[in-house]
Design a protein around this ligand. Structure first.
Ligand SMILES: Nc1ncnc2c1ncn2[C@@H]1O[C@H](COP(=O)(O)OP(=O)(O)OP(=O)(O)O)[C@@H](O)[C@H]1O
Ligand SMILES: Cc1ncsc1CCO
Ligand SMILES: [Mg+2]
Length: 267
């Protein structure tokens, strides 16, 4: 029997002591991800230069690394930040955006995986391809259902000793032993760019709050997105109004509502 994650307590704990999270994310995501973090109650800093990324990781509560708009200089900054986070015992989250698309990305992700991420968060196509499976992904967009990625997620979690989150219509989280699904969200979410990248940063915020429990931290971040996405989606006229409504709902979502509305089930 798996314990229920105490979602409301984790949200209050995160907001009560807003974690500084170093977010190395892509050019597309930087603004929306920072706004999502601030609305949810975390403290993001987009710091990626090789000259300072390692120093900054040492003073952050967690680090997130997203390869969406990769270049050699950024990769050097990512590797410096990850080595420093590992040295300082800080959790770090990998978002392997479209890693299957080019040799440069594949090599970068292999290097990052060797440095043992605490958590990997990706869409179904990305997670399937990380175990060498045939994914239907096109560029940064998933073309596979989450249930097709569940075996890959379990394998990946066991192989790398990390938590793996696959997101989509219903999310799946595993540490290789236990697994849970998070239902909710809105079909409008994949129609706005970089919400997955923003979610990766929020996973980092919860991991900073609960560094000893990356599984619960991941479920909590996904549940916040699922509940806020569902509420924003119910009121939105399309992707544009969804985007601002999502930020407003994130900012007002309280622990009681999160606990009452979240649909987290054992897988
Ligand atoms: N069809 C859907 N219905 C409900 N929620 C969804 C759906 N698709 C995605 N989501 C939600 O959208 C959020 C982002 O997940 P998604 O899998 O789209 O990330 P992604 O593909 O990495 O996004 P991006 O690369 O654009 O940042 C998650 O909270 C996920 O649960
Ligand atoms: C559209 C896009 N291109 C590179 S990264 C990114 C954001 C979604 O992953
Ligand atoms: Mg993505």
């Amino acid at each position: 029997m798996q314990d229920q994650v105490n979602l409301g307590a984790l949200l209050d704990a995160m907001r009560g002591n807003p974690p500084l999270v170093q977010c190395i994310t892509n050019f597309v995501a930087m603004n929306i991800a920072a706004n999502v973090m601030l609305a949810a109650g975390a403290s993001p800093a987009m710091v990626h230069a090789e000259e300072e990324a390692g120093e900054f990781a040492a003073i952050s509560g967690a680090l997130t690394v997203n390869i969406g708009t990769l270049s050699p200089g950024w990769l050097a900054g990512m590797l410096a930040a990850v080595r420093s986070a590992n040295h300082a015992g800080k959790p770090w989250v990998l978002d392997p955006v479209a890693h299957y698309a080019t040799a440069f990305r594949r090599k970068a992700v292999a290097q990052l995986l060797e440095l043992r991420p605490t958590i990997i968060r990706g869409n179904a196509s990305e997670i399937i391809a990380l175990t060498g499976g045939n994914s239907g992904g096109q560029g940064v967009d998933s073309r596979d259902p989450v249930d097709m990625a569940e075996d890959s997620a379990r394998q990946l979690a066991s192989r790398h000793g990390c938590v793996v989150a696959v997101t989509g219509a219903t999310d799946f989280v595993t540490d290789g032993h236990k697994a849970q699904r998070v239902e909710g969200g809105s079909p409008l979410m994949p129609r706005i760019t970089a919400l997955g990248c923003s979610l990766t940063c929020l996973v980092g915020a919860f991991a900073a709050t609960a560094p000893g429990n990356p599984f619960d931290a991941t479920v909590a971040a996904l549940a916040v997105f699922a509940v806020a996405g569902e509420q924003a989606g119910a009121a939105a006229d399309g992707p544009g109004s969804f985007s601002w409504r999502f930020l407003d709902v994130l900012a007002t979502l309280d622990a009681e509502t999160l606990t009452a509305k979240a649909r987290v089930v054992v897988a």
